[in-house]
Design a protein around this ligand. Structure first.
Ligand SMILES: Cc1ncc(COP(=O)(O)O)c(C=O)c1O
Length: 395
């Protein structure tokens, strides 16, 4: 059972307003803030390079922390500056040829999808969307039927940006493994919210930001690469430099053997230490406890919102994550978000292009997204609902 009072006490910004936008960027716990600030203080005192040289074991421990969080090995982890940098460093290294197919989900994130489109423009590869089942989740059976020799990559998200949908990531992984097709899972909205076990998921690659449910610093992310994928084709990073590639002969280079081949030279040690602290913090609290509390808060919110006049809860799927989305018949999401903001309640408007294919398929407007984390209190949710009642005229 999670101690909410303690979690709030360890979150300095928790009392500065009602923060219900954890799916964008959560509030850092004191342990994360300390890790970042202590390192910046050391840099200020002795200089950036000497600080880096002082204790390399501490930096290596960050790989251990992130690996432990997702049941991977430290050499399967690359530390990155964001989810997008992690995902792109991997994706841009794939060699697609004309007619090669990328299979993705209807809920795919905008930043990933535009990269597919660019790749299509460059190479003539084909983007195929795996149909969704009745619940709105990506359908593994439909996926199985789409597989042939032209499929070069399956790339989906587990939990999208625009709602509580949870795609059946492990079932997709089973199909990918059976067929030997590389599987890239965007777990940006999952890491820190649910238990992540890359072995159970069966993914070859998994990418995440640090600042969302994991509560790490902004400017952090990571990429997991299954050990077996660190050799052969598809293993070239999108960008190489003299950190991830050794210039061994005038006309040749060798990639470093671990997943660090997806990193480049200039890195931010303070933020990385913060990411490691966030991973440790989540593990100490327990991912099952976190999931239980987040689910409880989200289910309570959905139940309340369903009774509000004019409001439609827009979350898909049978099992739901902590991202609660809704629209109103006449009041645009932007207006609702703005009024809430004036009352010190932070939520987020999700643009239609966030998951554009899904937006078009369901013909939905911009959505209000409310994402409560485990440290949010029931009182905060009640205050949010009170303001919302005023906005929609629910008495
Ligand atoms: C599902 C999903 N994927 C990817 C991203 C992008 O993450 P980043 O902003 O760290 O690049 C987001 C951010 O909201 C997201 O929700």
């Amino acid at each position: 059972m999670l101690d909410v009072t303690k979690a709030r006490a360890e979150t300095p910004a928790a009392e500065s307003g009602i923060y219900l936008n954890n799916a964008s960027c959560s509030l850092m716990p004191q342990q994360v803030i300390d890790a970042v600030q202590d390192y910046f203080a050391l840099e200020a005192k002795i200089g950036g390079y000497p600080a880096l040289m002082q204790d390399t074991a501490t930096f290596d421990a960050v790989y251990d922390s992130v690996a432990a969080l997702i049941n991977a090995k430290p050499n399967e982890i690359a530390l990155m500056g964001s989810h997008t940098l992690a995902w792109q460093s991997l994706f841009q290294g794939f060699r697609f040829e004309e007619g090669d197919r990328i299979l993705t989900s209807r809920s795919e994130y905008g930043a990933n999808y535009v990269a597919f489109l660019q790749m299509q423009k460059r190479t003539g590869c084909v983007i195929d969307v795996i149909p969704s089942g009745n619940s709105g989740a990506t359908d593994p059976v439909a996926l199985e039927k789409m597989i042939d020799g032209s499929v070069k990559l399956i790339a989906i998200n587990w939990i999208p940006t625009n709602g509580g949908l949870m795609n059946p990531a492990a079932e997709i992984g089973r199909v990918a493994r059976e067929q030997g097709i590389p599987y890239l899972l965007d777990a940006c909205q999952a890491v820190g919210q649910v238990s992540v076990d890359v072995k159970e998921l069966g993914c070859d690659y998994l990418s995440s930001a640090g600042r969302k449910w994991l509560r790490g610093p902004k400017g952090t992310g990571f990429l997991y690469v299954r050990e077996e994928r660190l050799s052969g084709s598809g293993a070239e990073p999108g960008i190489i430099d003299d950190f991830n590639a050794l210039w061994t002969k005038p006309d040749a280079y060798e990639l470093v053997s671990s997943a660090r081949r997806y990193e480049t030279h200039e890195q931010e040690p303070a933020l990385r230490l913060g990411l490691g602290a966030a991973a440790d913090y989540a593990r100490v609290l327990g991912l099952e406890n976190i999931r239980e509390r987040v689910r409880h808060l989200a289910e309570g919110l959905r139940a309340e919102l369903t009774g509000f006049p004019g409001i439609t809860v827009q979350d898909l799927g049978t099992e739901n994550a902590g991202l609660v989305t809704f629209s109103h018949d006449t009041i645009p999401a932007q207006d609702i978000t703005a009024v809430l903001q004036r009352e010190d309640v932070c939520v987020k408007t999700i643009p239609r292009a966030g998951s554009f294919l899904d937006t078009l398929a369901r013909d939905i407007p911009e959505l209000v997204r409310v994402s409560a984390h485990y440290y949010n209190s029931e009182d905060e949710l009640e205050s949010f609902l009170r303001v919302l009642r005023g906005i929609v005229g629910a008495g």
